[in-house]
Design a protein around this ligand. Structure first.
Ligand SMILES: Cc1ncc(COP(=O)(O)O)c(C=O)c1O
Length: 392
């Protein structure tokens, strides 16, 4: 009898737990520690030689039993040959980029990436002598025309931060592979529950676990998941920089992952319901939510994703900044904040920073994260504040 592959829910429940043995807890303990000691020099030397491999007990900065359990669980979820944890999503993205960057190289970056990704490219990488070339996120297979012999990597995001264009992931991945250029994708929004991006041909996923993975806005975490071929180089960058995940964060991530699939099912339904509600309001010009047919790249989302996160943007009819401020300040159930993916609902006016594809759509762009609040409560809150904006 052939055993069927484990379901996603089986991995989320069974993996990342203490090994067999009577009287074990169902969760990994919080592991705190720096030094690890050995009784024999030969065993210590073997650990040192193998210190970059996930699973090696050598020194706290490289990992411990709980870190390796979480890496293993994430590797199964992503179908990855290698996973390395980092202290934040920004650290994951920066370390992934540094792994491939070199002076004199050019780096292709989608024009709609997260602000700190752009900041790292224009700051640290540019100072290192890397030329950053921003491209239209909807370029698809056309990325092939931008490749030069000096192109060291392609960095993109699905969907784009703030403006939610969904790229053609397989087309970009295929073109880059054909040119021998690695792709790095930020998949914070989709999580492995909704998108298996390595199976779509991407080489490296670098994303924030502070959002949906941990899921309760109480921890910072980053994840680098890749094919086996890139795993060692990526791990070395993280270890050599000295980035490291804390014991408490690892525990919170493991706990968050147990309910990830259920939470994602909820945000999928809640986010779409709220996106549809916004679309029916007279102050709204359009809703940028990948599951809505008028969102750029909707067909790519429908093909490559099995659900949608509850982070999306709304373009309101043109109004002045005072009106936006009065609207946002009038909301009681939406906190003003930059993160997302937790239980709380959030609102954030967005000003896209673009150089390759200017964002010149008239109207106010505001991003919403729908948490676990009652949707009727959220709609009443919004309905009371919307008269501050212009209706049409
Ligand atoms: C799309 C995206 N990627 C990465 C990050 C960075 O993650 P972290 O806050 O864990 O550093 C964020 C944070 O807002 C984000 O929105």
């Amino acid at each position: 009898m052939t055993i069927p592959p484990p379901a996603l829910s089986d991995i989320l429940v069974q993996d990342g737990r203490p090994d067999t043995g009577d009287g074990r807890h169902v969760n990994m303990p919080v592991e705190l520690g720096s030094t690890m000691v050995f009784d024999r020099l030969a065993t210590f030397e073997a650990a040192r030689a193998n210190r970059y491999a996930s699973g090696t007990m050598y020194y706290g900065r490289y990992g411990n039993a709980a870190v390796y359990k979480l890496e293993e669980l994430l590797a199964r979820l992503e179908g990855a040959g290698s996973v390395t944890l980092t202290s934040s999503g920004v650290a994951a993205i920066s370390c992934a980029l540094l792994t491939f960057a070199r002076p004199g190289a050019d780096l292709l970056v989608a024009d709609n990436v997260y602000g700190n990704t752009r900041g790292f490219c224009d700051g640290v990488l540019a100072r290192m002598g890397v030329t950053i070339r921003y491209f239209d996120p909807m370029i698809g297979a056309g990325i092939a025309d931008l490749m030069t012999p000096e192109t060291c990597a392609v960095m993109f995001e699905a969907p784009g931060s703030g403006t939610f264009e969904m790229p053609d992931i397989p087309a970009i991945a295929r073109a880059a592979r054909a040119a021998g250029v690695p792709t790095i994708l930020d998949t914070t929004w989709g999580t492995p529950v909704f998108c298996q991006a390595l199976a779509l041909g991407v080489d490296v996923l670098a994303y924030s676990g502070s959002k949906y993975l941990c899921g309760h806005s109480d921890a910072m975490l980053g994840v680098i998941a890749s094919t086996e071929a890139h795993g060692l180089a990526l791990r070395k960058t993280v270890m050599q920089i000295g980035d490291k995940t804390g014991g408490q964060e690892v525990m919170l991530a493991l706990r968050g992952l147990r309910t990830l699939q259920m939470r994602m099912a909820h945000v999928d339904t809640a986010g779409r319901a709220m996106a549809d509600w916004f679309a029916a309001q007279s102050q709204v010009k359009r809703v940028l939510h990948p599951a809505r047919p008028d969102c750029p790249g909707h067909a790519h989302w429908a093909r490559d994703f099995s659900g949608a996160a509850s982070l999306f943007s709304v373009v309101f009819h043109p109004c002045d900044s005072g009106q936006v401020e009065r609207f946002v300040d009038a909301l009681h159930h939406f906190g003003i904040g930059v993160s997302w993916g937790g239980f709380e609902s959030l609102v954030l006016p967005v000003t896209p920073e673009r150089t390759a594809t200017p964002w010149d759509e008239p109207g106010a762009l505001i991003r919403f994260n729908i948490g676990f609040d009652d949707l009727g409560t959220l709609q009443r809150d919004l309905a009371a504040a919307l008269p501050h904006l212009n209706a049409q």
